[in-house]
Each structure stands twice: as structure tokens, then as C-alpha cells.
Design a protein around this ligand. Structure first.
Ligand SMILES: Nc1ncnc2c1ncn2[C@@H]1O[C@H](COP(=O)(O)OP(=O)(O)OP(=O)(O)O)[C@@H](O)[C@H]1O
Length: 273
């Protein structure tokens, strides 16, 4: 097996208007890892994911994918799911899923016809089944529950079989019961498809349950006179799947300090900028 990390982040800094949001981030991630990311609100977790997607470019440093510089633009090998549904409301579930193929095959019209369209629908049949949306293939997003809409968003992100899946609080808007179903779905997909996953969450229990590695973002340098003078970095990088690894959110409270976790087991916003 190759020793080259799937993803390598080297000396990464991101600033907006000269103010650093992230600084000196270094990280090597092996293929097949499931990295959960936690940190105070506003510390740059989404910004980090957007850089892994190439929606944003680093101000300094670099990101390597399979040992090569990350492309400057999003590519099909990286899929993303956001908290808020990112599906097209005027298209059915199945139409949402064949959209990428339609634009690939017909960039001007975004439309496939006759046998090509039929074949595109046939291609997504297995995915619809796997994601639990087969019976809803002809429904519009407004006719789906929140959980089903998020299943559709995940299916959309998986359509190009990405090696890396980026999840930005994907279950944050769902009821606890639905979340458990979504955890099972996600873990099953991760195991079946062998993806490398980066998932931002505010729920520390979710981070422990799903991740093989927990990344905590926080500021190590503070200037009370200038709160925005420094950016956040990875302050804790905890393996969750090896013998002796931290096993519970209570363990992490001991490692990173109890104030990081509030009574609802959510990361506090005390460092919000
Ligand atoms: N395009 C942008 N231009 C200027 N500032 C930005 C931009 N995108 C993000 N920021 C700033 O960067 C900081 C980090 O934002 P980001 O959304 O990455 O944090 P986060 O940790 O994901 O927060 P939350 O947990 O609340 O979602 C914030 O102060 C935000 O205002």
C-alpha cells in the first residue's frame, strides 16, 4: 500500500481582508479515514472544508491530493453536502440525480433525450435503492421529509463516486431520531465505497460515534486587544479507532479541557469571532 497520504495539508493559512481565519494548519490523512471536525462557531471549519473542495484557495501553504497539488477548482473526485438542502426544487429526485450527467453530455441544453435519458435514469437506480429513495424517485423535494431531502443531497454528492466526501453539518437540521438513521446510512456508505470523509459537526457525540479521527480547531494565540489578530489551527488530533484511543466525549473533556463542551454536549461559542 502507498505511504502517500490521501490528503496532505501543509502550512495552510487563510485570511480574509488581511485577517487570518486559519493559520499554520498541517495535516496528513490516510485514504479511508473518517475525520470528524469540531470547534467553536466561527473558527474556520467551513472555510477549511471549502478549501478542501477548492471553492476557496489558501492564502498560504498548500493542499496535496494523492501527492499532487489540489486542482484550483472543484472536481468530481470531491463531493460535498451542506446542512441546508442543496437540491433543485423544480426537479424530481431522479431528475436531480441525473442532472450532472445531463450537463456533462449536453452542456448547452442540460437535457438528455430518448434513450440517453432512459439510460441515465437506469444508471441511478442502484444509488436510489442504496440511499433509500427508490420509492420517492418521482417526487419533488418539497414532498420529501427533511431526512429524505438530506438523503437526496448525499446521493447527489455521491453520483460521481468521489474519493473524498466533505460534509458540513449535514444532519444539523434533522430530528435526533432521523439523525440515527442517517448515521447508519453514512457509515454503511463509507464502508461500502471506501471514501475518505471530512465531516464538520457541532455534536461531540456524533463526532465520536462516526469518526476514526477527531480534529479540534481552536486558536492557540490570543490577543485580547485584537481578537481577530490570529487564526485557528488544529489543536487536537485524536485517533478514535485504535486501542487506547479516547473513547467518549467525556474522555475528550479530560484532554482538551471541560469548558470546550457545554451541558448540551455541543461545542460552546465562547471563542466566536
Ligand atoms: N468569503 C468570506 N469573506 C470574508 N470572511 C469570511 C468569508 N467566509 C468566511 N469568513 C469568515 O471566516 C470566519 C470563519 O467562518 P466559517 O464559516 O469557516 O466558521 P465555522 O467554524 O464553520 O463556523 P460555524 O461553526 O458557525 O459554521 C468567520 O469569521 C467568517 O465571517
Amino acid at each position: 500500500m502507498s505511504d502517500t497520504p490521501k490528503l496532505s495539508v501543509q502550512g495552510l493559512t487563510k485570511s480574509y481582508d488581511g485577517l487570518p481565519v486559519l493559520e499554520r494548519v498541517d495535516l496528513d490523512v490516510a485514504a479511508g479515514s473518517f475525520c470528524t471536525i469540531v470547534g467553536a462557531s466561527g473558527c474556520g471549519k467551513s472555510t477549511f472544508l471549502r478549501m478542501l473542495l477548492s471553492q476557496e484557495l489558501p492564502s498560504r501553504g498548500r493542499i496535496l491530493l494523492d501527492g499532487r497539488p489540489l486542482p484550483d477548482e472543484p472536481t468530481p473526485d470531491r463531493g460535498i453536502v451542506f446542512q441546508k438542502y442543496s437540491v433543485f426544487s423544480h426537479l424530481t429526485v431522479a431528475e436531480n440525480l441525473i442532472l450532472a450527467s445531463e450537463f456533462e453530455a449536453a452542456p448547452w441544453t442540460g437535457r438528455l433525450f430518448a434513450s440517453a435519458r432512459k439510460s441515465a435514469f437506469a444508471d441511478i437506480d442502484g444509488l436510489l435503492e442504496r440511499i433509500g429513495l427508490k420509492a420517492a424517485a418521482n417526487k419533488y423535494p418539497v414532498q420529501l421529509s427533511g431526512g429524505m431531502q438530506q438523503r437526496l443531497a448525499i446521493a447527489q454528492a455521491l453520483i460521481k463516486k468521489p474519493g473524498i466526501l466533505l460534509l458540513d453539518e449535514p444532519f444539523g437540521a434533522l430530528d435526533p431520531g432521523i439523525r440515527v438513521d442517517m448515521h447508519d446510512l453514512l457509515l454503511g456508505l463509507w464502508q461500502d465505497l471506501g471514501m475518505t470523509i471530512f465531516m464538520v459537526t457541532h455534536d461531540i457525540h456524533e463526532a465520536f460515534k462516526l469518526g476514526t479521527r477527531l480534529l479540534v480547531f481552536d486558536k492557540v494565540r490570543h490577543d485580547p486587544q485584537a481578537p481577530q489578530a490570529y487564526g485557528a489551527t488544529i489543536t487536537y488530533d485524536l485517533p478514535l479507532d485504535s486501542p487506547g484511543a479516547a473513547r467518549s466525549p467525556e474522555d475528550i473533556a479530560g484532554v482538551i479541557g471541560a469548558p470546550a463542551i457545554d451541558p448540551q454536549n455541543q461545542f460552546s461559542n465562547s471563542n466566536a469571532s
